[in-house]
Design a protein around this ligand. Sequence first.
Ligand code: EAX
Length: 325
Amino acid sequence: MTIHTIRRIVLGSAVALGLAAGPALAQTQVTILHPLPLNSHYGAGATALKESFERATNNRFRVQIQRNDNEREAIESVQIGTAECVITSTGPVGNFVPAVRNVDVPFLFRDYAHARGVLDSDIGQWLLEQFRPRGLVGVIWLENGFRHLTNSRREVHTPADVRGLKVRTMENQVHMRAFQTLGAQPTPMAFSELVPALQQGTVDGQENPIPVIVANNLNQVQRFLTLTAHVYSPAVLICNPGFIGRLSAADRAAFQEAARAAQRANRDRVTADEQTGVEELRRRGMTVVTQVDTAAFQAALAPAFQVYERELDGNLLRRIREWRP
Ligand code: EAX
């Protein structure tokens, strides 16, 4: 048998095998947007979702994690379907789903256990159901964390120290009113604009949870940190209704399980960052004010609380405050 004949037989077999196997199984790509580094509490959640969903569907779905640090734009992408899902803080969400503004009220949540308990309860489920009429699917509550104030000008101990500071806020009317009531100059902008604004001195300060400050090295553009814990910042996994609607019942169950895996990984990372982040920021050179007169901040915000009771859902706010495990 000539070498030519052997090559023809081998090639013929390979083609036959290839055709017999048929085209490779089609893979569906799922893009998840989020605004932070992959090594962050959001990245931990997105990675856990990716691993769980790909494993449960035998890689029929490929999850692509993409950073987009403009949360409002990312939510709009999910709304029109150019991305399937987004992990975002509730910062801009109230502009899409007004009921969500209720969870952005300062000093509403007592601690992490209270916040997680409320969001995992029927209250949190009702809030997720408010996404659907707005062309979005609220899949599960995740976590950004308790927000603290940083600035480049001075130590902040009392509400009076906040007066006159130009503070970047999220595009969130509830937060803006709070800082206005404290006598600061709230300057709303997307996270993507924050570091340049701090570098150029367009704003003096900003407020974010420890995990965000650490993950984005905000210590490089902010000198002072005050542990105000003035508001708990939920995060949420939002998906496009068409994407969710096209999933089979089995794949939807797998996606929901993957979302629960994301919540566990995200919250575990926040817990870890809360334990080490403040010391890490001191090590990086920040001056940290830990003794904060919370009662003074709450008293100074009384006029804002009156507006929230009137303009938001006073009954829902009361249920949240009164919630017990
Ligand atoms: O969601 O914009 C913000 O300050 C958010 O906390 C940040 O994007 C993480």
